[in-house]
Design a protein around this ligand. Structure first.
Ligand code: GCU
Length: 343
Protein backbone atom coordinates (compact mmCIF):
# COMPACT_ATOMS: atom_id res chain seq x y z
CA UNK A 1 0.00 0.00 0.00
CA UNK A 2 2.97 2.37 0.39
CA UNK A 3 3.91 1.68 -3.22
CA UNK A 4 0.39 2.49 -4.43
CA UNK A 5 0.38 5.68 -2.41
CA UNK A 6 3.73 6.66 -3.95
CA UNK A 7 2.32 6.14 -7.44
CA UNK A 8 -0.64 8.39 -6.54
CA UNK A 9 1.75 11.14 -5.40
CA UNK A 10 3.06 11.34 -8.97
CA UNK A 11 6.58 12.45 -8.05
CA UNK A 12 9.19 13.79 -10.44
CA UNK A 13 11.74 11.03 -11.01
CA UNK A 14 15.19 11.34 -9.46
CA UNK A 15 17.96 12.88 -11.58
CA UNK A 16 21.71 13.15 -11.11
CA UNK A 17 22.87 14.67 -7.85
CA UNK A 18 24.15 17.75 -9.69
CA UNK A 19 20.78 18.39 -11.34
CA UNK A 20 18.80 17.77 -8.16
CA UNK A 21 20.97 19.97 -5.96
CA UNK A 22 21.11 22.75 -8.53
CA UNK A 23 17.30 22.75 -8.74
CA UNK A 24 16.74 22.62 -4.97
CA UNK A 25 19.13 25.51 -4.38
CA UNK A 26 17.78 27.62 -7.23
CA UNK A 27 14.08 27.03 -6.51
CA UNK A 28 13.81 26.35 -2.77
CA UNK A 29 16.67 27.19 -0.39
CA UNK A 30 18.81 29.59 -2.41
CA UNK A 31 22.52 29.31 -3.24
CA UNK A 32 24.82 28.44 -0.37
CA UNK A 33 26.86 31.34 1.03
CA UNK A 34 30.52 31.05 0.01
CA UNK A 35 32.97 29.19 2.24
CA UNK A 36 35.21 31.51 4.26
CA UNK A 37 38.48 32.62 2.71
CA UNK A 38 40.09 32.41 6.10
CA UNK A 39 39.20 31.12 9.62
CA UNK A 40 40.91 31.20 12.99
CA UNK A 41 39.38 29.78 16.13
CA UNK A 42 39.16 31.20 19.64
CA UNK A 43 38.87 28.25 22.00
CA UNK A 44 37.96 28.47 25.68
CA UNK A 45 38.88 25.06 27.05
CA UNK A 46 37.05 23.18 29.82
CA UNK A 47 34.46 25.78 30.68
CA UNK A 48 32.68 23.48 33.17
CA UNK A 49 34.57 21.66 35.91
CA UNK A 50 34.11 17.87 36.07
CA UNK A 51 31.74 18.02 33.09
CA UNK A 52 29.75 14.76 32.75
CA UNK A 53 31.39 13.45 35.93
CA UNK A 54 34.79 14.13 34.41
CA UNK A 55 34.13 11.95 31.35
CA UNK A 56 33.99 14.91 28.97
CA UNK A 57 35.44 18.35 28.36
CA UNK A 58 33.22 21.22 27.34
CA UNK A 59 34.84 23.86 25.14
CA UNK A 60 33.44 27.11 23.80
CA UNK A 61 34.72 27.82 20.31
CA UNK A 62 34.35 30.93 18.19
CA UNK A 63 35.36 30.58 14.55
CA UNK A 64 36.45 33.98 13.27
CA UNK A 65 35.85 33.86 9.55
CA UNK A 66 36.52 36.16 6.65
CA UNK A 67 33.73 35.78 4.09
CA UNK A 68 33.88 37.82 0.90
CA UNK A 69 36.50 40.02 2.56
CA UNK A 70 34.34 40.74 5.63
CA UNK A 71 34.62 39.38 9.19
CA UNK A 72 31.97 37.11 10.63
CA UNK A 73 31.93 34.94 13.77
CA UNK A 74 29.51 32.92 15.87
CA UNK A 75 30.01 30.69 18.95
CA UNK A 76 29.50 26.96 19.39
CA UNK A 77 30.15 24.42 22.13
CA UNK A 78 31.95 21.10 21.88
CA UNK A 79 31.45 18.31 24.43
CA UNK A 80 34.15 15.72 23.81
CA UNK A 81 34.87 12.49 25.73
CA UNK A 82 38.01 12.85 27.83
CA UNK A 83 39.28 9.35 27.15
CA UNK A 84 40.32 7.98 23.79
CA UNK A 85 40.70 9.37 20.29
CA UNK A 86 38.77 9.51 17.05
CA UNK A 87 35.26 9.65 18.44
CA UNK A 88 32.24 9.76 16.17
CA UNK A 89 30.51 13.11 16.65
CA UNK A 90 27.27 14.95 16.18
CA UNK A 91 26.95 18.47 14.91
CA UNK A 92 23.60 19.51 16.34
CA UNK A 93 22.02 22.61 14.85
CA UNK A 94 19.95 23.76 17.80
CA UNK A 95 17.43 26.36 18.90
CA UNK A 96 19.49 27.32 21.94
CA UNK A 97 23.13 27.67 22.98
CA UNK A 98 22.82 25.27 25.92
CA UNK A 99 24.88 22.09 26.02
CA UNK A 100 23.22 19.96 27.44
CA UNK A 101 19.79 21.13 26.38
CA UNK A 102 16.27 19.77 26.50
CA UNK A 103 16.76 18.63 22.89
CA UNK A 104 20.27 17.25 23.54
CA UNK A 105 21.09 14.69 26.28
CA UNK A 106 24.82 15.38 26.20
CA UNK A 107 25.81 13.10 29.06
CA UNK A 108 24.08 10.10 27.51
CA UNK A 109 25.79 10.77 24.19
CA UNK A 110 29.18 11.08 25.90
CA UNK A 111 28.61 7.86 27.85
CA UNK A 112 27.87 6.14 24.55
CA UNK A 113 31.23 7.32 23.16
CA UNK A 114 30.00 10.19 20.96
CA UNK A 115 31.08 13.82 21.06
CA UNK A 116 28.48 16.52 20.46
CA UNK A 117 29.15 19.96 18.98
CA UNK A 118 26.27 22.38 18.93
CA UNK A 119 25.39 25.92 17.93
CA UNK A 120 22.34 28.12 18.16
CA UNK A 121 20.96 28.91 14.71
CA UNK A 122 20.11 32.50 15.71
CA UNK A 123 23.80 33.18 16.18
CA UNK A 124 24.39 32.66 12.45
CA UNK A 125 21.43 34.79 11.40
CA UNK A 126 18.34 35.42 13.48
CA UNK A 127 15.14 33.56 12.67
CA UNK A 128 13.18 36.52 11.36
CA UNK A 129 12.83 38.49 8.14
CA UNK A 130 15.74 40.81 8.90
CA UNK A 131 18.34 40.15 6.22
CA UNK A 132 20.73 42.70 7.69
CA UNK A 133 21.33 40.40 10.68
CA UNK A 134 24.44 38.23 11.16
CA UNK A 135 25.67 36.36 8.09
CA UNK A 136 22.72 37.73 6.10
CA UNK A 137 23.90 41.29 6.71
CA UNK A 138 27.33 40.45 5.40
CA UNK A 139 25.86 38.96 2.22
CA UNK A 140 23.14 41.61 1.76
CA UNK A 141 24.33 44.91 3.24
CA UNK A 142 21.03 46.61 2.27
CA UNK A 143 18.99 43.65 3.59
CA UNK A 144 17.45 42.97 0.17
CA UNK A 145 17.54 39.61 -1.59
CA UNK A 146 16.32 38.38 -4.90
CA UNK A 147 15.61 35.19 -6.87
CA UNK A 148 17.95 32.45 -5.75
CA UNK A 149 19.78 34.36 -3.03
CA UNK A 150 19.99 32.21 0.12
CA UNK A 151 17.27 32.02 2.73
CA UNK A 152 17.96 31.45 6.40
CA UNK A 153 17.96 27.64 6.17
CA UNK A 154 20.90 27.83 3.74
CA UNK A 155 22.71 30.15 6.16
CA UNK A 156 22.16 27.88 9.13
CA UNK A 157 23.38 24.91 7.07
CA UNK A 158 26.49 26.94 6.22
CA UNK A 159 27.04 27.32 9.99
CA UNK A 160 27.07 23.52 10.40
CA UNK A 161 29.88 23.30 7.85
CA UNK A 162 31.91 25.87 9.78
CA UNK A 163 31.60 23.79 12.96
CA UNK A 164 32.73 20.80 10.91
CA UNK A 165 35.77 22.78 9.68
CA UNK A 166 36.94 23.02 13.29
CA UNK A 167 36.05 19.42 14.17
CA UNK A 168 38.27 18.19 11.36
CA UNK A 169 41.26 19.86 13.02
CA UNK A 170 40.80 17.86 16.26
CA UNK A 171 42.54 14.53 16.84
CA UNK A 172 39.86 13.48 19.38
CA UNK A 173 37.25 13.45 16.60
CA UNK A 174 37.03 10.96 13.74
CA UNK A 175 36.82 12.87 10.44
CA UNK A 176 35.07 9.89 8.83
CA UNK A 177 32.22 9.77 11.37
CA UNK A 178 30.57 13.22 11.39
CA UNK A 179 26.78 13.26 11.81
CA UNK A 180 24.72 16.39 11.22
CA UNK A 181 21.33 16.57 12.90
CA UNK A 182 18.49 18.88 13.85
CA UNK A 183 14.83 19.10 14.73
CA UNK A 184 11.94 20.61 12.79
CA UNK A 185 13.12 23.75 10.87
CA UNK A 186 16.61 22.63 11.89
CA UNK A 187 15.90 19.12 10.60
CA UNK A 188 15.24 20.73 7.23
CA UNK A 189 18.58 22.52 7.74
CA UNK A 190 20.41 19.29 8.64
CA UNK A 191 19.19 17.60 5.45
CA UNK A 192 20.42 20.52 3.38
CA UNK A 193 23.78 20.60 5.20
CA UNK A 194 24.21 16.87 4.54
CA UNK A 195 23.24 17.27 0.88
CA UNK A 196 25.70 20.09 0.18
CA UNK A 197 28.66 19.09 2.35
CA UNK A 198 30.00 15.65 1.53
CA UNK A 199 32.25 15.64 4.57
CA UNK A 200 29.21 14.66 6.66
CA UNK A 201 28.95 10.88 6.87
CA UNK A 202 25.35 10.72 8.12
CA UNK A 203 22.45 13.18 8.20
CA UNK A 204 19.49 13.06 10.57
CA UNK A 205 16.23 14.93 10.23
CA UNK A 206 13.89 14.88 13.22
CA UNK A 207 10.25 15.81 12.56
CA UNK A 208 11.32 18.17 9.76
CA UNK A 209 8.07 17.98 7.77
CA UNK A 210 7.24 20.42 5.00
CA UNK A 211 10.25 21.52 2.91
CA UNK A 212 12.33 19.02 4.89
CA UNK A 213 11.76 15.28 4.75
CA UNK A 214 8.04 15.33 3.86
CA UNK A 215 6.77 15.16 0.30
CA UNK A 216 4.92 18.29 -0.77
CA UNK A 217 2.66 16.51 -3.24
CA UNK A 218 -0.35 15.00 -1.50
CA UNK A 219 0.66 16.08 2.01
CA UNK A 220 -1.91 15.87 4.77
CA UNK A 221 0.06 18.32 6.93
CA UNK A 222 1.72 21.67 6.28
CA UNK A 223 1.74 22.78 2.64
CA UNK A 224 4.16 24.92 0.65
CA UNK A 225 1.51 27.67 0.78
CA UNK A 226 1.39 27.46 4.59
CA UNK A 227 5.15 27.56 5.00
CA UNK A 228 5.96 30.37 2.60
CA UNK A 229 3.06 32.33 4.08
CA UNK A 230 4.43 32.21 7.63
CA UNK A 231 8.13 31.41 7.26
CA UNK A 232 9.21 32.95 3.95
CA UNK A 233 12.69 34.07 5.20
CA UNK A 234 13.72 30.42 5.48
CA UNK A 235 13.68 30.04 1.69
CA UNK A 236 14.77 31.84 -1.43
CA UNK A 237 12.25 34.07 -3.12
CA UNK A 238 11.93 31.74 -6.13
CA UNK A 239 10.14 29.27 -3.83
CA UNK A 240 7.24 31.61 -3.14
CA UNK A 241 5.67 31.07 -6.55
CA UNK A 242 4.86 27.44 -5.65
CA UNK A 243 2.42 28.43 -2.87
CA UNK A 244 -0.77 26.51 -3.67
CA UNK A 245 0.95 24.92 -6.69
CA UNK A 246 2.98 22.07 -5.24
CA UNK A 247 2.23 19.90 -8.26
CA UNK A 248 4.26 22.38 -10.34
CA UNK A 249 7.42 22.04 -8.28
CA UNK A 250 10.15 20.67 -10.57
CA UNK A 251 11.26 18.50 -7.61
CA UNK A 252 9.84 17.03 -4.46
CA UNK A 253 11.53 16.51 -1.12
CA UNK A 254 12.74 12.99 -1.92
CA UNK A 255 15.36 14.78 -4.04
CA UNK A 256 16.83 16.41 -0.95
CA UNK A 257 17.27 13.03 0.74
CA UNK A 258 18.61 11.51 -2.48
CA UNK A 259 21.31 14.20 -2.73
CA UNK A 260 23.05 12.56 0.23
CA UNK A 261 23.62 9.28 -1.64
CA UNK A 262 25.48 7.10 -1.06
CA UNK A 263 26.03 8.56 2.43
CA UNK A 264 23.38 7.34 4.90
CA UNK A 265 20.39 9.40 6.02
CA UNK A 266 17.96 8.74 8.86
CA UNK A 267 14.50 10.31 8.92
CA UNK A 268 12.63 10.45 12.24
CA UNK A 269 8.92 11.19 12.70
CA UNK A 270 6.59 11.34 15.71
CA UNK A 271 3.25 9.57 15.74
CA UNK A 272 1.18 12.61 16.85
CA UNK A 273 3.00 15.12 14.64
CA UNK A 274 0.32 15.55 11.97
CA UNK A 275 1.71 18.93 10.88
CA UNK A 276 5.02 17.29 9.81
CA UNK A 277 2.99 14.38 8.33
CA UNK A 278 4.88 11.14 9.16
CA UNK A 279 3.54 9.18 6.20
CA UNK A 280 4.78 11.85 3.75
CA UNK A 281 8.19 11.60 5.43
CA UNK A 282 8.30 7.81 5.14
CA UNK A 283 7.21 8.01 1.50
CA UNK A 284 9.96 10.53 0.72
CA UNK A 285 12.52 8.24 2.38
CA UNK A 286 11.24 5.34 0.29
CA UNK A 287 11.23 7.31 -2.98
CA UNK A 288 14.77 8.63 -2.35
CA UNK A 289 16.04 5.08 -1.95
CA UNK A 290 16.63 4.52 -5.65
CA UNK A 291 19.62 6.88 -5.46
CA UNK A 292 21.38 4.57 -2.98
CA UNK A 293 22.90 1.11 -3.46
CA UNK A 294 20.34 -0.02 -0.85
CA UNK A 295 17.58 2.44 0.01
CA UNK A 296 14.86 2.22 2.66
CA UNK A 297 14.20 -1.42 3.45
CA UNK A 298 10.63 -1.60 4.70
CA UNK A 299 7.47 -3.64 4.44
CA UNK A 300 4.78 -2.21 2.13
CA UNK A 301 2.96 -0.46 4.99
CA UNK A 302 3.39 2.59 7.23
CA UNK A 303 5.99 2.11 9.96
CA UNK A 304 4.66 1.03 13.32
CA UNK A 305 5.06 3.22 16.34
CA UNK A 306 8.45 2.50 17.92
CA UNK A 307 9.82 0.87 14.77
CA UNK A 308 13.36 1.63 13.50
CA UNK A 309 13.95 0.66 9.87
CA UNK A 310 17.72 0.62 9.58
CA UNK A 311 18.68 -2.12 7.13
CA UNK A 312 19.37 0.23 4.20
CA UNK A 313 21.35 3.42 3.71
CA UNK A 314 18.12 5.36 4.14
CA UNK A 315 16.59 4.73 7.55
CA UNK A 316 13.27 5.72 9.07
CA UNK A 317 11.82 5.62 12.56
CA UNK A 318 8.48 6.54 14.07
CA UNK A 319 8.45 7.55 17.71
CA UNK A 320 5.35 7.65 19.86
CA UNK A 321 4.32 11.17 20.88
CA UNK A 322 4.47 14.78 19.82
CA UNK A 323 6.76 17.18 17.98
CA UNK A 324 9.99 17.13 20.03
CA UNK A 325 13.64 16.04 19.80
CA UNK A 326 13.54 13.38 22.50
CA UNK A 327 16.03 10.98 24.06
CA UNK A 328 14.29 8.19 22.20
CA UNK A 329 15.09 9.94 18.90
CA UNK A 330 18.75 10.24 19.91
CA UNK A 331 18.84 6.54 20.84
CA UNK A 332 17.49 5.58 17.44
CA UNK A 333 20.02 7.89 15.81
CA UNK A 334 22.88 6.35 17.78
CA UNK A 335 21.71 2.82 16.88
CA UNK A 336 21.53 3.80 13.20
CA UNK A 337 24.96 5.45 13.30
CA UNK A 338 26.56 2.44 14.97
CA UNK A 339 25.05 0.10 12.40
CA UNK A 340 26.24 2.23 9.47
CA UNK A 341 29.71 2.81 10.92
CA UNK A 342 30.01 -0.91 11.68
CA UNK A 343 30.75 -0.16 15.36
C1 GCU B 1 6.35 25.50 12.37
C2 GCU B 1 6.51 25.28 10.88
C3 GCU B 1 7.27 23.97 10.60
C4 GCU B 1 8.54 23.92 11.37
C5 GCU B 1 8.27 24.16 12.84
C6 GCU B 1 9.51 24.26 13.73
O1 GCU B 1 5.46 24.57 12.89
O2 GCU B 1 5.24 25.29 10.31
O3 GCU B 1 7.55 23.87 9.21
O4 GCU B 1 9.19 22.69 11.17
O5 GCU B 1 7.59 25.41 13.00
O6 GCU B 1 10.60 24.45 13.25
O7 GCU B 1 9.35 24.19 14.94
Amino acid sequence: MLKEELTRRNLPPLRTKEEMLETLLREEYGRMPPAPQYIIYDVQQNIVNRFCAGHASLHRVTPRCVVEGKPFSFPFTAAIPTEGEKHPFFIHINFRRDNPDRYMPTEELIDAGFAVLSFCYDDVSRDNDDFTDGLAGLLFPDGKRKGDDPGKIAMWAWGASRVLDWALTRPELDPARAIVCGHSRLGKTALLAHAVDERFAIGYSNDSGCSGAALARGTRGETVGDIVGRFHPWFCENYYKYAGRAEQLPFDQHWLIACAAPRPVLIGSASLDDWADPISEQLAALAAGEAFPVGLVCPDRPAQVGELLADGLVGYHLREGRHYFSRHDWKQLMAFARAKFGD
